[in-house]
Design a protein around this ligand. Structure first.
Ligand SMILES: NC(=O)c1ccc[n+]([C@@H]2O[C@H](COP(=O)([O-])OP(=O)(O)OC[C@H]3O[C@@H](n4cnc5c(N)ncnc54)[C@H](OP(=O)(O)O)[C@@H]3O)[C@@H](O)[C@H]2O)c1
Length: 306
């Protein structure tokens, strides 16, 4: 199968590349080779490659910068995603597109399901919601997977930030303790996307939620996530001097973009897909972020010391 992967240099993209089956012929152009904002270039690239599947892991993901960079954010997250969907529609390719928990406003008292109303609080969330709608309008057969709080051994993410503070000898770290969600290992999301891709014509199109909840029903705060990171670091290197963790409220940590206070996603719709084959979804869905975290912390600590 010929596959076009956009955003292959990002953290999800790199996790996908690590895991794609060897039977897939994958083209993963960097942004300077294929800018998804350039619709003509996207059409030409897809017409030339003739992929059976496009996976869009490209996005403008700097949530706070997005507030002052509205045009650029929409160009990538809405119009870029739409360009890919139109190219897929024209060429007959399938499309897997990735979106975010930040399409929700955080007012729910239970994990969000796909039919809950999206009411983003920030520019990034609005642009991702616009992208979801544009994709599904241009290509109703597309699959859009929302995920949350991604971390991995690649790129900039919360785990890397916390470990940098540890390695740099920070004495104390203040972390927001009243925003709740589920962290997700980007490698686990990649495995889910690959499992979906392998069964695409048989999986109902539309929106799905995937996060690293596993069998946990209780979401965590960023501060609890930081505690788990420090615990993993302590297990890997008991000689490390860990910073004192100070839980704070969102109001004490003003950011350019407002964030939902609660953005846990329910994976029940995905669990009901009932895929069969080598990588069935139920075992993938039972993976919790905590298992992957230990491995990622180990890898990042080795990198940061090298
Ligand atoms: N990070 C999270 O916590 C999180 C949470 C929920 C959902 N998501 C979603 O998950 C997906 C993957 O996120 P991620 O964390 O892997 O993002 P990331 O690490 O920031 O990677 C984004 C990738 O998109 C590429 N890109 C940006 N603009 C582009 C353009 N105009 N044309 C082509 N490529 C472009 C970037 O290329 P360069 O490297 O050249 O800049 C980069 O490779 C996104 O859809 C994101 O919205 C992320």
């Amino acid at each position: 199968m010929i596959v076009l992967l956009t955003g292959g240099g990002g953290q999800l993209g790199r996790c996908l590349l690590d895991r794609m089956p060897s039977t897939w012929r994958v083209a993963a152009p960097a942004q300077h080779e294929l800018d998804i904002v350039n619709e003509q270039a996207v059409q030409a690239y897809v017409a030339d490659l003739r992929p059976a599947l496009i996976i869009n892991a490209a996005a403008y993901t700097a949530v706070d910068n997005a507030e002052d960079d509205v045009q650029a954010v929409y160009d990538v997250n809405a119009h870029g995603a739409e360009s890919l969907a139109r190219a897929a529609a024209r060429s007959g390719a399938g499309l897997l597109h990735v979106s975010t928990d930040y399409v929700f406003d955080g007012g729910s008292d239970r994990p969000y399901v796909e039919t809950d109303a999206a009411m983003p609080l920030n520019v990034y969330g609005h642009s991702k919601r616009a992208g979801e709608m544009a994709v599904l309008q241009a290509l109703p057969q597309a699959i859009v997977v929302r995920s949350s709080w991604l971390f991995s051994e690649y790129g900039n993410n919360f785990v890397r930030t916390m470990l940098r503070l540890v390695v740099n000898g920070a004495e104390q770290v203040q972390v927001v303790d009243d925003q709740l969600g589920f962290p997700t290992y980007a490698g686990d999301l990649a495995d889910v996307l690959i499992a979906l891709a392998g069964r695409m014509p048989n999986v109902a199109a539309g929106l799905y939620h995937y996060c690293g909840a596993g069998n946990d029903t209780t979401p965590v705060s960023w501060c609890e996530f930081a505690r788990a990171i420090f615990d993993c670091a302590d297990r890997v290197s008991p000689c490390l001097q860990l910073p004192v963790l100070l839980p704070i409220d969102t109001s004490a940590y003003p950011t350019a973009a407002r964030r939902p206070m609660f953005s846990a996603l329910s994976c029940e719709k995905l669990a009901a897909v009932g895929l069969t084959g080598q990588q069935t979804l139920p075992p993938l869905l039972s993976r919790t972020w905590r298992v992957a975290l230990q491995r990622v912390v180990c890898q990042l600590l080795q990198q940061q010391r090298a």
